[in-house]
Design a protein around this ligand. Structure first.
Ligand SMILES: [Zn+2]
Length: 223
């Protein structure tokens, strides 16, 4: 929607300039002044509106590359737009649609607020992520586990807690900061997840333990 308005303003600026060019002398041969205010005004407004559109596309592109590494295949991350947020009533922070065959698609929608927290995390020094940023990084990992084929919430969640550190590193965190983020999620958010998302098999030696060096149950508690 925003890109449409921005494009329309730029087209209007171009049309005003073309119109001046076609009628640059009046009927008695006097030169008509260039409509500098309307052309530059429309162009600046249109160009200005393109800035958030470009920032949105840039963020999605960055998140695509992170999720594609996690999934091991090219996937697409869509960040919810403001218009869609206004009509959205779902509580979930991310979403992967399943195809008719029950196989998750290689595309995810991340809610607007979580995307803005991911942007904040990308632009930070990664030392002290907010609770919302920790959650947003995990949402990206969790949805990536669905895109990689997990259709069970408890399994996607457990695989995700073992990959959160990798997601954080892919977003620019040092190994120590990344591990601390994964550990924070595991200790503070995972225990509070609804039953369908938790499993007794998720832990050291459990059936869902992937023996990853990034498992959040390894190592010291966060300092
Ligand atoms: Zn899920």
């Amino acid at each position: 929607m925003l890109s449409f308005v921005a494009g329309a303003l730029l087209v209007a600026a171009a049309l005003a300039a073309i119109r001046w060019w076609l009628t640059r002398v009046d009927t008695i041969g006097r030169p008509r002044p260039f409509p500098v205010f309307s052309v530059t005004g429309l162009a600046l407004l249109g160009g200005g509106l393109f800035v958030p559109v470009l920032r949105h596309a840039q963020l999605e592109h960055r998140l695509d590359s992170v999720a594609s590494v996690l999934v091991g295949a090219p996937v697409t991350v869509h960040c919810q737009s403001l218009g869609k947020e206004l009509v959205d009533v779902g509580p979930e922070l991310g979403f992967v649609r399943y195809g008719a065959n029950g196989v998750p698609e290689h595309s995810t929608l991340i809610k607007r607020e979580a995307c803005s927290d991911l942007r904040g995390y990308l632009g930070s020094d990664h030392h002290h992520p907010s609770d919302a940023q920790v959650l947003a990084v995990h949402v990206l990992t969790h949805e990536s586990m669905h895109m990689a084929g997990s259709t069970d919430e408890a399994q996607a969640e457990c695989f995700a807690v073992q990959r959160d550190a990798q997601t954080a590193r892919l977003m620019g965190a040092s190994s120590a900061d990344a591990f601390r983020l994964a550990r924070t999620y595991w200790l503070t958010v995972y225990p509070r997840m609804p039953d369908g998302y938790k499993s007794a098999d998720c832990g050291p030696g459990g059936a869902m333990d992937r023996r990853s060096a990034d498992a959040p149950w390894l190592g010291p508690a966060p300092g």
